[in-house]
Design a protein around this ligand. Structure first.
Ligand SMILES: [Zn+2]
Length: 442
């Protein structure tokens, strides 16, 4: 249809959701090949004979764009894809240049810029570029692996160091200046809107899922705020331009995330519940059912929960997640962990990172998985001092996806295509409804 494609994510761009929207692969972990295919399958030369029309690609994942051997590169022959067989090349009408090759030494970043993509690697560079004008194609790689979560990016913008390390998480991740999802969305829409035949833009708040796997409630909530801001950008665009459908949905639920109550000082105890939690002795070894620990009594339920009052700073995020009346989250599909109710000073080491950065984080005391939180001196609030929760059938290392229903919100400006998406529906119907919406068949 001649439309442009944009992919914006807070994940490494090799991750499943962006990859499924633009390339063909049977292995979600084949990052070298996936990122090669972003370019090779895009029809960068504009022949119109094939291709995804990829025009905007933003997120993390710089490690796949640097030749093997360079700092932060994850390119290998094992994660590449070898040449497509001739029947597929013919069937998809692909030129031989899109056939692919096992080439871990490819300098993919250079190939993208040679193909006309403007490249930026920081939030400041993105702002700068967009102030100078609107590029015809845009590549933004703001981290080596997954980008950092809103909570840690905002901490950097505010200059709030982590009480665990005295440093800033984004600096430890070698990604000191990352844009927020709404800032990326704003730039993507400007670039894509230059095509008068229209576009498809996929925007992913990837860490809503990833931080649910690690049962890090505060980092999930920060991520929801960041995603909500991106939805606002899309809705404003739809209202201004018209003829636009905005769909907001998830591919699945993760962790059985539910609100169970709010943090209150138990009746009979004095002082402030946050200060009390910071000085509570460990519950880790108290497994006597007759002994109810303070941390459990600090969960106010029903009318005792009251109403949380977070103070928002001008950046739109809470000044502090640890407040009296803090919303408390339970995980129905949980893994083994300790619960201390306080903001975790460090994220669990991200799985999608170059090996050298993973090693650095490990040596700085970042936890390798939820159960190892607080095991070292780097976690002063000692999540491990909270009470131990044994994961159910879900296992030891991380919470899992559930079969719970998810919410889909649809909004259209200048048309009624959003009405296609009403009611209870199976997830696979969404694809066909998108096709109908694109063809105006509704
Ligand atoms: Zn997941």
């Amino acid at each position: 249809m001649g439309k442009s494609l944009g992919l914006v994510t807070t994940a490494d761009v090799e991750d499943a959701t962006p990859a499924a929207n633009a390339v063909h692969t049977l292995n979600r972990n084949a990052g070298t090949g996936i990122c090669d295919q972003y370019l090779d399958e895009s029809d960068a030369a504009g022949t119109g004979r094939f291709g995804t029309g990829l025009t905007v690609l933003m997120g993390g994942g710089r490690r796949w764009f640097l030749p093997a051997g360079k700092f932060g590169s994850s390119r290998t022959a094992a994660t590449d894809y070898s040449a497509l067989p001739p029947d597929l090349l013919n069937g998809w009408n692909l030129p031989s240049s899109a056939a692919g090759a096992a080439d871990p030494n490819r300098y993919l970043l250079k190939d993208f810029t040679d193909a006309g993509f403007a490249y930026v690697s920081s939030a400041a560079a993105l702002r700068d570029l967009m102030e100078r004008g609107t590029p015809s194609k845009l590549l933004g790689l703001f981290a080596y692996g997954n980008m950092n979560v809103a909570l840690d990016k905002i901490a950097k913008r505010r200059g709030q160091t982590s009480p665990a390390t005295g440093g800033l998480v984004v600096d430890d991740y070698h990604a000191p200046d990352q844009p927020m999802l709404d800032e990326m969305t704003e730039a993507a829409l400007r670039v894509l809107n230059q095509n008068n035949r229209g576009f498809v833009l996929m925007v992913e708040g990837a860490h809503i899922d990833k931080q649910s796997h690690t049962m890090d409630a505060d980092r999930v909530i920060g991520e929801m705020i960041e995603f909500d801001n991106a939805v606002a950008v899309a809705r404003r665009f739809a209202d201004q331009v018209g003829d636009t459908l905005v769909l907001v949905l998830a591919d699945h639920e993760c962790s059985g995330f539910s609100l169970i109550g709010a943090l209150v000082n138990p009746p009979g105890s004095t002082g402030n519940v946050i200060d009390n939690l910071k000085t509570q002795p460990s519950d880790a070894t108290v497994l006597d059912p007759a002994t109810q620990p303070y941390r459990q009594k600090a969960v106010g339920v029903y009318e005792a929960a009251g109403f949380p009052r977070y103070r928002l700073l001008p950046d739109g995020y809470p000044e502090n997640f640890d407040i009296e009346g803090k919303l408390l989250v339970g995980f129905g599909a949980n893994a083994d962990r300790y619960e201390g109710w306080l903001t975790k000073p460090l994220p669990v080491i991200d799985s999608l990172l170059p090996t050298e950065i993973k090693g650095e984080l490990q040596s700085k005391g970042y936890p390798a998985e939820p159960i190892s939180r607080g095991a070292g001196a780097a976690d002063p609030y000692g999540d491990a001092r909270g009470f131990f929760i044994r994961g159910q059938a879900a296992g030891r290392t991380q919470a899992v996806h559930t079969a719970a229903d998810i919410v889909l919100s649809a909004y259209s400006a200048g048309g009624t295509s959003s009405q296609l998406f009403g009611g209870v529906q199976e997830n696979t119907e969404i694809f066909f409804k998108l096709v109908r919406a694109a063809f105006g068949a509704y």
